[in-house]
Write a protein that binds this ligand. Sequence first.
Ligand SMILES: N[C@H](CCC[C@H](N)C(=O)O)C(=O)O
Length: 279
Amino acid sequence: MSPIAFLKMHGCGNDFVVLDARRAPLALTPAQVRRIADRHRGVGCDQLVLLEPAADADVRLRFLNSDGSESGACGNGTRCAARLLFEEGAQGPLSIVVGERRLVAERLADGRIAVAMGEPRFDWRQIPLAEPCDTKALPIAVEGLPRPVAVSMGNPHAVFFVRDLASLDVPRLGALLERHPLFPERANIGFAQALAPGRFRLRVFERGAGLTLACGSGACAAMVAARRLGLAGDTAELILDGGTLEIRWPGNGSVVMIGPAAQVFSGTLDPELLNDGAD
Ligand SMILES: N[C@H](CCC[C@H](N)C(=O)O)C(=O)O
């Protein structure tokens, strides 16, 4: 196998190895994904972003978590891929296919990227959950935390609204909850604290990647959950460890996520890295 070119990019510190498979297909095993994502023996990233050809769109995207699992959404990764196409000369709006969803991306005058992430889903089957539930208050009781809200943005999220985020051991709680039996496909676990009307602090323990510096679909899920609880209006600022995302949702239609996307460096993956060996 010849060396494979990649780009290293991030959105608010959520970092990606971006691989362009638009001209030649790229099939990676979960073990190869884990090796590329490994921060000591590989390049290191939270997720891989694969660009693939799309018959009736500008690009199809696939997202592979650092544990090798695949996700149906990645907001920060979508902004990075959109920035790549804009840098190649594409004019907006870009049509981007992710799984069954068709997203739309634009570059704003201030350089941020806006992505219409599609409609949030609330039915327990669409999250998905293992049993019928009120998705505004899941039957999960953990260490005095209020019941979480479940939202799908194409990937499953459970959002806890807490009074003092700084006091929570997010890595420990997230690891507990990611694999809760109520989540047959696991879940991304968000912890949000209202700071002021329309401003929330958010930390997300991501499915298949752990605590990341930012989670775009998690920011969408948290804003939508807040609005469902009457804690937010049509726009909110989500302040994550790695930066701030602006989320807009008028209560129906697509959720719009606005934020930065940065390119860090380019390189090539040595074929040796992809040799199927021990993890
Ligand atoms: N861990 C997520 C995928 C990446 C989401 C996150 N990086 C984002 O920006 O939305 C999942 O398995 O659903």
